[in-house]
Design a protein around this ligand. Structure first.
Ligand code: AMP
Ligand code: MG
Length: 501
């Protein structure tokens, strides 16, 4: 089936042809989307729509649903797919690309910035290899909800505009149904876009790609003679901070391949991700990741390694003298550990409500994390509960002791923590407000996503809407929604998620 209708300018206002598309081949090629049978809008993100200048009437229109399903082109634009490679689980894979994704339009948002719109699950492309170009409902719900949950947590991420479902069957381990998510980001370029040309020895092709990215996303560097180094330094810094953001909320990405790493420092490609429930520093969220390459405690190191792959690929941009290029790249890369370390320590400090920075903070933080780890305490609930601690008497923090297994070590730690809070003159009420603004009450736990998936597979999409709206305000306790802040019931603690999506 391939009955994609032509653009109709009378239905939704025209969008721009994405500026990335002007680069043309070999970076990006026109590829039509493949129509999806009887598409249904399962959810639409009206807040993001408003940022993009799309009013509610447009977002609910049949034409918009058709565009979001890949059944109609956006007036003014033509769909394209791009080529990239990537290091997958450490191994170089020379040719990947948008195997089931189409860049469909670009829109100037209310803030004046441009946003690329991409459909995921919209049919095969020249990069599909042997796969079907589709995404299943289950993984599309997860990407849709998590993109916006991460955004609301304040973590850089691609956004999600719409989720479209269809009864059209898709074969995975079982027969599932198809869905399409519309992703939105200022740029969807990945580390792997640069690696692709480097490893093909097509080094001249790196320049237009990097220039495009710098001119559109980093105009402040455009006129500098060291523009490539400036951009790479910024990506490394953003990636280091992003890793700290993930660690701070217990987010595990699951497939940190370089083709899933954003050249502008966003969380990208939601697959077998997971938020940690019972804390375990070695937690592996992706069932396929048997060796634990992307385990929770490995994420920062992998982020660093991925940056090394990007810098390697960009060596030809840095200097014509290979030796000098390596020196520049090494200097940029070597900033990662300190950038990550500082960002991470500051996030843990904020999570514990420590107003002052002191030399022994890391020790205090690590002791608490180790208590949570040893007892497999619920990560989100423990941090949320500790804001309720009174620093001036020995009353237990409501809800925290229940999370702890090793009470002896915990009591010793709490005494030191209270002493520290008193020594910096901590005002408990003000501290609780600060802490609650960084320790979420609600995250997209696997069992919550699974409940929305199970209901949706049975034709009830209300749980998607409920979770979507709940997770827009993750830091606010929302009365009546206590069950969404609870740890998973025992039977739902080990939901397996894998790369199959
Ligand atoms: P992922 O593991 O989702 O990051 O995908 C890795 C690569 O496989 C990317 O190039 C995807 O475009 C491609 N891919 C994954 N699933 C499919 C599919 N169902 N059809 C076509 N390509 C796919
Ligand atoms: Mg990917």
């Amino acid at each position: 089936m391939n009955d994609v209708r032509p653009a109709d300018v009378n239905i939704v206002s025209p969008a721009l042809q994405p500026s990335f598309v002007t680069l043309g081949a070999p970076y990006v090629v026109p590829v039509p989307t493949t129509a999806l049978a009887t598409p249904q809008l399962l959810h639409v993100n009206t807040a993001l729509g408003a940022e993009l200048g799309l009013d509610d009437a447009t977002l609910q229109s049949a034409a918009f649903v058709d565009i979001m399903a890949g059944n109609r082109a956006w007036p003014g634009a033509e769909s394209h797919s791009s080529v990239y490679g990537g290091h997958q689980f450490g191994t170089w894979v020379p040719r990947l690309g948008d195997g089931r994704a189409h860049l469909i339009a670009e829109i100037v948002a209310a803030d004046g910035g441009r946003r690329e719109l991409q459909l995921k699950g919209s049919g095969p492309t020249p990069y599909s290899r042997f796969a079907d170009g589709r995404a299943v409902l289950r993984s599309s719900i997860r990407e849709y909800l998590c993109s916006e949950a991460m955004h609301a947590l304040g973590i850089p991420t691609t956004r999600a505009l719409a989720l479209v479902g269809s009864p059209q069957p898709v074969r995975r381990e079982t027969i599932e149904s198809a869905a399409v998510v519309c992703r939105v980001a200022p740029s969807l370029l990945r580390f792997g876009h640069f690696e692709y040309f480097y490893y093909r020895d097509e080094h001249a092709e790196l320049t237009p790609l990097a220039d495009h990215l710098i001119d559109t996303q980093f105009p402040q560097f455009s006129q500098r003679t060291d523009r490539y180094a400036a951009w790479l330094g910024e990506v490394v810094a953003r990636t280091a901070r992003l890793m700290a953001d993930w660690q701070a909320v217990g987010f595990c990405h699951g497939v940190m391949n370089t083709d899933n790493f954003s050249a502008i420092g966003l969380t990208l490609d939601y697959g077998p991700f997971g938020f940690i429930d019972a804390f375990d520093v070695h937690h592996i969220c992706n069932h396929t990741d048997e060796g634990g390459r992307y385990a929770y405690d490995q994420q920062p190191m992998i982020g660093h390694w991925n940056c090394s792959r990007l810098l390697q690929a960009c060596l030809p941009l840095l200097d014509t003298d290979p030796q000098r290029a390596v020196e520049i790249a090494t200097a940029i890369l070597d900033r990662f550990p300190a950038l990550y370390g500082e960002a991470m320590t500051q996030r843990w400090r904020n999570k514990l409500g420590l107003a002052e920075a002191r030399d022994d903070d890391r020790e205090l933080i690590n002791r608490f994390l180790s208590i949570l780890d040893r007892g497999h305490s619920d990560f989100t609930r423990s941090f949320r509960a500790i804001s309720r601690l009174n620093s001036h008497d020995d009353a237990p923090a409501h809800g925290l002791r229940e999370e702890i297994a090793d009470l002896e070590r915990y009591d010793a730690w709490i005494a030191d923590y209270r002493a520290r809070l008193r020594s910096e003159g901590s005002d408990d009420a003000a501290r609780a407000v600060r802490m609650n603004a960084v320790n979420p009450c609600y995250v997209l736990r696997n069992h919550l996503a699974q409940a929305a998936i199970t209901a949706a597979e049975g034709g009830d999409f209300s749980e998607i809407a409920r979770l979507f709206s709940l997770l827009q305000r993750p830091y606010d306790e929302q009365p009546g929604n206590e069950m969404y802040a609870a740890e998973p019931p025992p039977a739902l603690r080990h939901i397996e998620v894998s790369c199959s999506s």
